[in-house]
Write a protein that binds this ligand. Sequence first.
Ligand code: CO8
Length: 253
Amino acid sequence: MQYETLLIETPAKGVALIRLNRPRQYNALNSTLLVELGDALNHFETDDAVGAVIITGSDKAFAAGADIAEMVGISGQQMLEMVEASTGWRALSTFTKPTVCAVSGMALGGGFELALQCDILLATKGAKFALPEVNLGVIPGAGGTQRVARIIGKSLAMEMIMNGRALFAEEAHQRGIVSRVIEPTEIEAEAVQLASELASRAPLAVRAGKACVNKAMSSTLEEGLLFERNAFIPLFDTEDAKQMMTAFLNKSN
Ligand code: CO8
């Protein structure tokens, strides 16, 4: 797969790696990148050889946000059209396989929002997360206000969104944004290891678990419990569940 703004790699069996690749603009998310991301994810969604996807950037930056050069001077209507054409956002939010985001350096604005849409977020010690849109007279528009508030709570979210306050990796870890803080030299290997593990697991169970956790972020407890029940029951009809439980009892797993 050849793209102008992405590099696609296969670092391990079952794992596809998407590297944001606009180094001169700190991987700012322009329209081309967001369409190419949508194309790559749609391809991986239906590719049975892919069990998990890593999204990463460069050592210096995951992504410095939406491309300001494309946004300057546009109207609300033009922004709406741009959002609707940016298929990457929708493809990521509906992607059913596990996604691991490996952040080195900066994840700002839309870059942070992209990371927040991934399932598991890993960061290097020096990584920096911020939603600096207020400095441009706007607010986050790809889920940042809602996802950040749900994860870190109201007061700190208000500081980030109204005042551009940044979180560095350790604080992001303490506040539940990031699941692991890793040495810069090790982050990619650790992301590949994690994605390989995810890709090797029973795929329907992994997808069901992902859907349930995502539901927990957007529903009442009652709705979430019903959703979990509806995801749990059908797994007993899968070959994986039958084989894996039998293997456990036979001590052959
Ligand atoms: N967009 C476009 N170009 C950028 C961006 C960006 N977000 N960030 C950096 N660049 C470019 C610079 O213009 C510069 O280009 P050039 O070399 O041609 O002058 C180059 O990258 C290097 O940047 P700097 O010279 O500024 O480098 P520094 O090391 O001094 O600073 C920073 C790096 C801190 C990343 C700085 O460039 C910066 O603050 N960038 C802007 C960060 C920002 O405000 N991000 C939020 C953008 S708004 C947004 O993300 C809204 C998302 C809404 C999504 C809605 C869709 C549904």
